[in-house]
Design a protein around this ligand. Structure first.
Ligand code: CIR
Length: 263
């Protein structure tokens, strides 16, 4: 259950510069006050499960820095600091490193100048780490991660992020040790063979970026058929407003690093 039971999470407050955040398609400027209100609901839901939430200050120099998930992979044995494939986000990883060093005995780094990898492309299950190659994550990044986590006993399996989809986890989330919530377009690649899959409802693909955090599934608000499917499957769903992060291609997973450090 280490893949969805956590003692800690790290979040970062959205900065006013979020208006300059990266987006695939411009669907309008995000409202900072509304994003702050959604962010507060998100933190309160995580906190309500009993976890310690470390809330970092906004980093105006990095418009996308609210999306902390992309800066690191946190495992029980240690953390790996990523090398984001978006040039404007590279510096965010170095900003996260000291916070991880304060919590973990071991923090390793992706260092290759040709290696790129973002946390949004990484899904950790009970038995393996799936990493989706994408526009942000390349083969060198995946190979380096594979080497870095091998001595901690973790196996990496390379998979693909569908074309036009930002990150692997834009389209899926772990619900429990055996079950994944996925869009049909992602699951069609066969990457979840051996897992139980609950599909997002047609037209509700954006609901796939949810998170299981202790007893809760945090899901973006506005996808009622997928929420009902999760309810019926026995999960306790907490809906969180995501309209503003969605304008920047962000969802539930991007907003936190979730972990239980062994030390
Ligand atoms: C970006 O394009 O990098 C941000 N606007 C969104 C990052 C979302 N992160 C995630 O899915 N893990």
């Amino acid at each position: 259950m280490r893949s969805y039971r956590f003692t800690h999470a790290i979040t970062r407050r959205p900065a006013a510069s979020i208006l300059q955040g990266l987006r695939a398609v411009d669907t309008g400027s995000p409202s900072l006050p509304l994003m702050q209100s959604h962010h507060a609901d998100y933190i309160s839901a995580l906190h309500g499960t009993g976890a310690k939430i470390i809330e970092l200050d906004a980093l105006g120099a990095y418009p996308d820095s609210v999306f902390v998930e992309d800066t690191a992979l946190c495992l029980p044995e240690g953390a790996v600091v990523m090398r984001p494939g978006a040039p404007s986000r590279l510096g965010e990883a170095a900003e996260m490193a000291p916070h991880l060093i304060a919590l973990y005995d071991e923090v390793r780094h992706i260092t290759g100048s040709d290696s790129f990898i973002e946390g949004g492309d990484i899904l950790t299950t009970e038995t393996e780490i799936l990493v989706g190659r994408s526009a942000r994550t390349n083969g060198q990044g995946i190979a380096e991660l594979t080497r870095l986590v091998a001595s901690w006993g973790h196996k990496v399996r390379e998979v693909f992020t569908p074309p036009g989809v930002l990150h692997f986890k834009t389209d899926c989330s772990l619900l429990d040790a055996e079950t994944i919530l996925s869009t049909r377009r992602l699951a069609a690649s066969g990457c979840f063979a051996g897992y139980k899959v609950i599909f997002t409802a047609d037209g509700e693909e954006a609901a796939a970026n949810s998170i299981r955090f202790n007893d809760l599934v945090l899901a973006p608000k506005g996808f009622p058929r997928t929420r009902d499917a999760l309810d019926q499957a026995g999960y306790t769903v907490r809906e969180i407003g995501n309209s503003e992060c969605a304008k920047l291609d962000g969802g539930m997973s991007c907003l936190s690093l979730r972990f239980s450090p062994r030390s």
